[in-house]
Write a protein that binds this ligand. Structure first.
Ligand SMILES: C[S@@+](CC[C@H](N)C(=O)[O-])C[C@H]1O[C@@H](n2cnc3c(N)ncnc32)[C@H](O)[C@@H]1O
Length: 438
C-alpha cells in the first residue's frame, strides 16, 4: 500500500513509531530526515500556535528527563536503521541541549565509523537573553547506514571572489567553493512569513541542501516527523519521492494543502463513519478537533475546555439555524446525547457567559433531549442547536475514479443527503428550541 503508486509524495497520518514498524518499509528507504519534537524547554507541550489549537504532545522530553529521550531514541533509531537501504543515510535535526546524548545513541546504533557530519546551522534574529550567550544555531547529525556503500554528493557555494585563487595558487573550482559543515547562509522561516505553517518549520532551502547531498533523483526520502511538509516539498523540488508521517491530523491536512495534494489521499485519513469511530477510540482529542475544523470552530485549549470544546465565531450561516451572529460554544461528544448532556452543556455555556451553543453528538435527538433543549431556552434563555456528527464528518462521496474511499452502503445513504458544502450550516437539519429547523 505505502509504496503502491508512489510516484511523488505520500502523507501518512499516524505515530511514526507505529508506522515505521510496518514491514513494507523494511530496507526500502534511501534517506531519512527527522526533525523530532523537542523544545529547549522542559515541556514539549509548550509548542504553541498550532492553527487549530494546542495539542498536549506525547512528551518525549517528559519532565526534562534525559533517559526518557534516549530510551525513546533507541527504539526510534533502530526502526530507522532497519528501514534504510544499505546505501541509505539518516539526518537528525537537533538542538544544543540534546545533540550530545543523541550522538551517543547514533554512534551505538549506526556505528561511529558511519558518522558523516555534525552540521552547525547558524542563524540570527528572534530574542536574545542577557544571562548567557544567545543560542543561535541548530545541530544536524548525519550518518550513513554503511559508509562504504553510501554516495555523498558534494555541495558548493559561490566564491566570495570568483576571480581569486586558492592559497597554493591553483585556480578556483568552476562549481564553486566546497561546502563546509557550518552554514550561515540560510535564514530561519520568519514567524510572519507568508508560507509559515508550523511553529518550528524548517526552511526548504536547508532541507534541499541536505537531501541533495545525501540522495539522488528518484530516491525515497522519509520524514517521520513531517510537521508542515517541508521535507516533502524539498524532496519534490529535487525530483525525489517523499513520504511524511505526522500524528496531528490537522498538520496532515495543512501539509497536503500546501503541497497541492488531495487530503483524501492521506493514508489513514478518516473517510468513513467506521474510520471516525476508530479515530475516536484511538485519539478522542483528534476526533473532536476534526469535527470542530469541519464546522470552522476554534478549539479551546484541551486543559481549559470545561465542557466547551470550541468556539464558533460569528458568521452568517449561524442565523440559518435560529442563532444570532454572536459567538457560540460548541461541544462534541462521540456518543449519543441524553438530557444530562444538555444540562451540562447549558451550565458550561452559562459559565463561559455564552448564550448559544451547538451540541454535536452521535445519533439523532430523543424526545427527552429535545425537552431538555427547550427547558434550557425557557429557564436560562439559552439557544442550543443539536447535530449528529455523522452528518458532518464523513467526507464527500468519491468522484469517479477515486477508488480510495471505501464506505458501507448505509453510510453512503446518510452522506448522499448531506453533500458537503463549504458552508455546511446552511444545509444542517438542526433542532432549535425543540422545533425542527430546516
Ligand atoms: C519539530 S516538528 C517538525 C517540523 C517540520 N520539520 C516542518 O518543517 O514543518 C515535529 C513534528 O512531529 C510531530 N510528531 C511528534 N511526535 C510524533 C510521532 N510520534 N509520530 C508522528 N509525528 C510526530 C509533531 O506533531 C510535529 O508536527
Amino acid at each position: 500500500m505505502i509504496f503502491e503508486n508512489l510516484d511523488g509524495l505520500k502523507i501518512i497520518y499516524g505515530d511514526c513509531i507505529e508506522v515505521l514498524k510496518d514491514p513494507q518499509f523494511n530496507s526500502s528507504i534511501d534517506l531519512i530526515y527527522a526533525d523530532p519534537p523537542f523544545q529547549k524547554n522542559t515541556n514539549y507541550s509548550l509548542l504553541k500556535d498550532d492553527i487549530y489549537g494546542r495539542r498536549e504532545y506525547d512528551d518525549i522530553w517528559k519532565g526534562g528527563s534525559v533517559s526518557n529521550v534516549t530510551n525513546y531514541f533507541k527504539s526510534f533509531l533502530s526502526l530507522c536503521k532497519a528501514n534504510l537501504k544499505e546505501t541509505g543515510a539518516i539526518i537528525i535535526h537537533l538542538n544544543e541541549v540534546l545533540v550530545h546524548y543523541i550522538k551517543v545513541e547514533m554512534d551505538k546504533e549506526f556505528g561511529i565509523n558511519n558518522f558523516l557530519n555534525h552540521i552547525i546551522w547558524c542563524y540570527s534574529g528572534g530574542g536574545a537573553g542577557k544571562n548567557r550567550f544567545a543560542n543561535k544555531h541548530d545541530d544536524i547529525l548525519i550518518y550513513a547506514k554503511n559508509k562504504n556503500q553510501f554516495q555523498f554528493n558534494p555541495q558548493y557555494l559561490p566564491y566570495k571572489n570568483p576571480n581569486g585563487k586558492h592559497m597554493n595558487g591553483t585556480p578556483l573550482r568552476k562549481e564553486g567553493k566546497l561546502m563546509e559543515d557550518w552554514w550561515t547562509d540560510i535564514k530561519p522561516v520568519h514567524f510572519q512569513a507568508k508560507n509559515k505553517r508550523h511553529p518550528t518549520q524548517k526552511p526548504i532551502k536547508l532541507i534541499e541542501r541536505l537531501i541533495n547531498a545525501c540522495s539522488k533523483e528518484e530516491d525515497i526520502v522519509l520524514d517521520p516527523y513531517m510537521g508542515s511538509g517541508s521535507t516533502l516539498e524539498a524532496a519534490r523540488n529535487g525530483n525525489r519521492k517523499g513520504i511524511g508521517i505526522e500524528y496531528q491530523l490537522n498538520l496532515c491536512e495543512i501539509a497536503s494543502k500546501a503541497l497541492h495534494l488531495s487530503k483524501y489521499q492521506i493514508e489513514n485519513y478518516p473517510l468513513s463513519i467506521q474510520d471516525c469511530k476508530k479515530l475516536n477510540e484511538e485519539n478522542p482529542f483528534e476526533f473532536h478537533k476534526l469535527v470542530l475544523r469541519k464546522i470552522k470552530s476554534k478549539p479551546m485549549k484541551q486543559s481549559q475546555d470545561r465542557g466547551i470544546d470550541g468556539i464558533l465565531e460569528p458568521f452568517d450561516a449561524l442565523k440559518h439555524n435560529g442563532l444570532t451572529s454572536k459567538r457560540a460554544g460548541v461541544q462534541v461528544k462521540f456518543s449519543n446525547a441524553n438530557p444530562s448532556t444538555v444540562r451540562d452543556f447549558a451550565s458550561a455555556l452559562t459559565h463561559k457567559k455564552l448564550t448559544q451553543g451547538i451540541l454535536i453528538c452521535g445519533g439523532s435527538t430523543s424526545t427527552q433531549v429535545r425537552e431538555a433543549i427547550n427547558k434550557a431556552y425557557e429557564t436560562q434563555s439559552l439557544k442550543i442547536i443539536y447535530e449528529d456528527w455523522k452528518r458532518i464528518l464523513p467526507e464527500r462521496k468519491p468522484k469517479e475514479g477515486e477508488e480510495f474511499i471505501k464506505r458501507k452502503k448505509s453510510e453512503d445513504k446518510i452522506i448522499k443527503s448531506m453533500e458537503y458544502t463549504e458552508n455546511k450550516f446552511t444545509s444542517l437539519d438542526c433542532f432549535t428550541n425543540g422545533s425542527k429547523n430546516q
